[in-house]
Design a protein around this ligand. Structure first.
Ligand code: P1T
Length: 382
């Protein structure tokens, strides 16, 4: 970012960084550059773009935009959150070791344990909110520590700076999946994380109409490696997908304010409901991570989980009977979604250290009218 952009507030950066008027036409929105290739005056003499897998002007705008929001020097857009994660785990060599939080998106576990575990990458799961559990998992060969905060689906809050210290003490890099918090609520690089990864399918896009992933880093050497892998492996998003993300990002701040406000109301409603045994939401003052969340986040997010007193049967009944909350995987868009992680998003962690209680339900609280959301939960839990 330029010095002027550095001084801008979040919402101004979200609307303008990477999204300046088009230099040739003055178009106020970033054009969707569908060209796969770009003309050269002589071999190697081009205007910054050669071939669209390597780089594309619409993707470059998105990369500037999200890097700007994360306060990062470099950003790389990928075709999905998993493609971004694959680019990072793919930097490791056989014999390298990864520590993964014992509560994480099921697909992240599957990639590290099932795909790369088969290729000689070692891994351990640890409770990253517990310093002793993390210390016991770290090894001299640990190269990456992977954390989410708040975690998916238990909404555990993890102290980014503390985990960064521990990871760095063995020479490992800290990767923070910032999907749930978004750069609006939390900037991990400013808390000593080395790498931020996103499923931009979620809040960044915000409208359930685009799958994407993103990596933000400061380190120049790492950025060179990632640019190489992004081009060499080619898991890049289409220009149209980049445009949808740029469009979504402009309203990220206002959407997040509404998600957070609605989620606070939903969490306190569930907290008082007799059918609910435990509510997991970092905004509740008795949530174990509330103090850390207050320090490292500027809001508590739009995700709420809870364990129903009636266990698995009650969870299945509840998620099957909401009418405004739609029963579906994914999260972070304008419409409210509800799901049962043990049989849906986290099916791949069954029989692993990351296994999820079947009585748990996860709510992605949307931006609808709060009274309608509460009335819907009321009839579903009755
Ligand atoms: O779905 P994809 O864009 O490939 O992103 C994967 C991913 C990575 N990290 C986190 C924290 C995620 O939640 C996800 C995807 N999660 C869901 C689809 C879900 O419903 O939890």
């Amino acid at each position: 970012m330029s010095g002027r952009e550095d001084a801008w507030g979040f919402e101004t950066r979200a609307v303008h960084v990477g999204q300046e008027p088009d230099e040739t036409t003055g178009a106020i929105t970033v054009p969707i550059h569908l060209a796969t290739t770009f003309v050269q005056a002589a071999p190697g003499q081009h205007r910054g773009y050669e071939y669209s897998r390597t780089s594309n002007p619409t993707r470059a705008a998105l990369e500037r935009s999200v890097a700007g929001l994360e306060g990062a020097r470099h950003g790389f857009a990928f075709a999905s959150g998993m493609a971004a994660e694959d680019a990072l785990v793919g930097l490791l060599r056989s014999g390298d070791h990864v520590v993964l939080g014992d509560d994480a998106y099921g697909g992240t576990f599957r990639l590290i344990a099932r795909v790369y575990g088969e290729r000689g990458i070692e891994w351990s799961a640890a409770d990253l909110a517990d310093a002793d559990s993390l210390a016991a998992a770290l090894r001299p060969e640990t190269r990456q520590v992977w954390m989410e905060t708040p975690t998916n689906p238990m909404l555990t809050v993890v102290d980014i700076a503390a985990v960064a210290d521990a990871a760095h003490s063995v020479g490992a890099r800290l990767v923070v999946d910032n999907t749930f918090a978004t750069p609006y609520l939390q900037n991990p690089l400013g808390l000593d994380a080395d790498i931020v990864v996103h499923s931009s399918t979620k809040y960044l896009g915000g409208h359930s109409d685009v799958v994407g992933g993103f990596i933000a880093v400061d380190d120049e050497g790492l950025a060179e490696q990632l640019a190489f892998v992004q081009n060499a492996a080619g898991a890049v998003p289409s220009p149209f997908d980049c445009y949808l993300l740029l469009r979504g990002i402009k309203t990220l701040g206002v959407r997040m304010d509404r998600h957070c406000g609605n989620a606070v109301e939903v969490a306190s409603y569930l907290n008082d409901h007799p059918a609910v045994a435990t509510v997991l939401y970092p905004g509740l003052v008795d949530h174990p991570g509330h103090q850390i969340a207050t320090r490292q986040m500027s809001g508590f997010g739009g995700m709420v989980s809870c364990i129903l007193a009636g266990g698995e049967a009650a969870a299945v009944a509840a998620v099957s009977s909401t009418r405004v909350f739609q029963l579906a995987e994914s999260l972070g868009a304008v419409e409210s979604l509800i799901e049962q992680p043990s049989t849906m998003t986290h099916l791949s962690v069954a029989d692993s250290p990351l296994a999820v209680d079947p009585g748990l339900i996860r709510l992605s609280v949307g931006i609808e009218t709060i009274d309608d959301l509460l009335a819907d939960l009321d009839q579903a839990l009755a």
